[in-house]
Design a protein around this ligand. Sequence first.
Ligand SMILES: [Zn+2]
Length: 269
Amino acid sequence: MDDLKLPLFLGGFALFFLIEGIAAKRPWQEPRGKRLRMHAAVAVFNTVVLKLLILAPFLYWTEYIAKQGWGLAPMLGYSGVGGIVATLIVLDMFDYWWHRFNHRVGLLWRFHKVHHVDTHVDVTTALRFHPGELFISFFVKLVWIGAWGPSLAGFVAFEIGVSLASQFHHSNIDFPERWERMLRLFIVTPRFHTSHHTVSRRTGDANFATIFIVWDRLFGTYQEPDGKELEHLGLPEGRDDYLSFLAWLTEPLSPRNANQADPERRTTS
Ligand SMILES: [Zn+2]
């Protein structure tokens, strides 16, 4: 099942990139090739620097936990397809809380904001994460895996689910109102997630879910997307150099973070 990860990732990416080309919701501020080049460079850099360091111990840990039968999932008797579905739901909930933490804790926000500096959300934004964030999440995920104890197949299914959901909900596409309402009962739609990328912190510090939308509703962070707010994406700062590789890499160290350590003091507009 692990072999499916790369082809599904590349296939999903190509599919959403194609659909955006045919039916983009927002006009392109920059040539798409320029965005693709920058974010592909980010993805390659992250893959080389981190995945090579992290992937082996990660898989080893997941396999070790599964073999030992540790965690809540085996205790509750989850296995087979039921276990995979339960893993998808439970880890998606963990992901929701981790994402919420990334917005609340100053140090985590320094890394996570690099994803939000993009003033134009599309499928390539799904690649735009800082290696520092990925590195910290690696340790957090080790804890989740130890606590939940997913099967290897369950964990891979979750990773595939997250990457396809992320490509989908960052895409520069939109659905007719009726479809949007129906889809949004269950999953995170492009409109809903784009509202998490608005300069306005009303929806920017809300709407955290990745795959299933239920977590925002359940934990009180659901905010209705607003058409006016959706016209202004990104953050107040870093708007001129968001497609610079160096600015992307050094953003967590930028002096403009000094007065933003407390997320409560972030600019609201
Ligand atoms: Zn976020």
